[in-house]
Design a protein around this ligand. Structure first.
Ligand code: A4P
Ligand code: MG
Length: 160
């Protein structure tokens, strides 16, 4: 069994509901033994700033799945949640699931980079991650609470 951390984000549709439902979907996976979720946060868009704010959260799970199998399940949840009925067409994606950490593993494979790149630069990841795992070590980067102290979390707001 491996302790893994998954980042969730949405900025399209009913983002709070979408993120909450995705957390439920993760906990229902047959290989997931336990799940602890952070609070939900509203965060200013990072990278491409000309888009609506995000709702972000992090889920910590104990899983019996390999990183690859877990990622495949995450992508299936993402696809299901991100597809909105629009007549006969499927609308845009509304959910991003990122495999942030998989135990202490460092993986660099086609379509699978762990730890997820750029964790250390992102308040929208570090803030919810620090809710549940402040002392965990991000391989190659440092302890979550120390990384969080170095980023700009202005504009991030914990949702009730
Ligand atoms: N992939 C490789 N490694 C991983 C991993 N560890 N976890 C591959 C998840 N996926 C991984 O994913 C594209 C491919 O990455 C997957 O098929 C998988 O094989 P994607 O989610 O479609 O890629 P993306 O999201 O378009 O690109 P990227 O760079 O991952 O974007 P991010 O990092 O997800 O950023 N601002 C705020 N405030 N909050 C946000 O959540 N999110 C983004 C997107 C930008 N700004 C944001 C937020
Ligand atoms: Mg992504």
């Amino acid at each position: 069994v491996t302790l893994a951390h998954i980042g969730l984000g949405s900025n399209l549709g009913d983002s709070r509901r979408i993120v909450a439902d995705a957390i439920d979907a993760l906990s229902a996976l047959p290989h997931v033994r336990s799940l602890h979720a952070s609070a939900l946060y509203e965060t200013p868009p990072w990278g491409v700033v000309d888009q609506p704010p995000f709702v972000n959260a992090v889920a910590q799970i104990e899983t019996a799945a390999t990183a690859r199998a877990l990622l495949d399940d995450m992508l299936a949840i993402e696809r299901a949640a991100g597809r909105v009925r629009d007549g006969s067409r499927w609308g845009p994606r509304a959910l991003d699931l990122d495999l942030l950490l998989y135990g202490g593993a460092i993986l660099s494979e086609p379509g699978l980079d762990v730890p997820h790149p750029r964790i250390a630069q992102r308040a929208f990841v570090l803030l919810p991650l620090a809710d549940i795992a402040p002392d965990i070590h991000v391989p190659g980067a440092g302890r979550v609470r120390d990384l969080l102290a170095r980023v700009d979390a202005d504009g991030c707001r914990r949702l009730a």
